[in-house]
Design a protein around this ligand. Sequence first.
Ligand code: ADP
Length: 374
Amino acid sequence: MASVKLTNVKKIYGKDTVAVQDFNLDIADKEFIVFVGPSGCGKSTTLRMIAGLEDISAGTVEIDGVVVNDLQPRDRNIAMVFQNYALYPHLSVFENMAFSLRLKNVPNDIVYQKVTEAAEILGITEYLTRKPRALSGGQRQRVAIGRAMVRDSKVFLMDEPLSNLDAKLRNQMRAEIILLRQKIDTTFIYVTHDQTEAMTLGDHIVIMKDGFIQQVGTPTEVFDMPLNLFVAEFIGAPKMNTFKTQLVCEGGKYYVTPYGTKIEVTGKKAEQLAANGVKSGEIILGVRPEHFVLAHEGEEGAIPCKIVVNEMMGSELHLHVVEDNGDKLIVRIPTVKLDDETRNSLVYGKTIYVTFESKVMHFFDTETERNLLV
Ligand code: ADP
């Protein structure tokens, strides 16, 4: 068992630098939770308070129901993996992994058993006699994780563990962490600024901004139903297109009117707008780049726009387009859906028509920026 609970946790550095505000979160045993947000939003500070590396200015942190605010890091039964790995250069991989056990005078045979078991799981058995400098970044990363594993920690804390790796290795290690997670029976709290890492690793994601939690949810929940504009634009790449438009409620039906068109809102989205009593007026409409489709001139709901950049990504095109009023949008089109002629015609300066269905629309209040469907 290793649940973690934060109640009204706050961190103030010095007199008035508020890094974390009123943080409330229940992390279940064996859950993989990811704190994500832009640099400076308070992710590391929260993690460090859980670890005991930072004093808690207000509120409580509990591990397995025990308040740990005043416990030393070593008494919290947690393990932390940092982005710089913090390996001892003069010690072998084996001794780096064994270090904490040696400090506790654990008998040699048990040290051997624990280190070799962890090395086996991590696939680093053949490197046990090497020094860290003779390892690649990804291998060092595994040693750092192995060092945490041998301690039988109840909670694994990871602060941007992949940020020093190149893009290819990062993808590989991300997949490895997913596999590892199935082998290591423990609770993970993982900090990253990268929304892809958050989406792929987390059972639940905590999205933070300026020290405040913006939303807690599964990857699907935060993607499909972002609570506010910040979450909507932060999750998903390329980011969601958002633009001001009028929402019109007419004869019991809702319409949006982007760029001189009129598109009916139907199904669940319309029902929810009605249930929430949303009236006609200006809103911020959100449409993800992959939810646009190409349309024909004159077709209902076809929005004219001009191509300014065509990025060929292989399996898809990212078209950067601009509206008459200067709004910039990104449209993602799978290349398999295009015939050669259409594909070759999508060049700089060409006017194209795009549209989208009701079910992909997101509606935000222009002032509060909150999702109008929630
Ligand atoms: P993140 O991990 O999301 O990048 P941090 O938790 O490191 O953010 O920082 C949150 C805020 O607290 C930032 O504004 C940062 O400048 C501030 N901060 C972090 N550490 C200290 C410190 N030791 N002293 C003063 N301010 C700090």
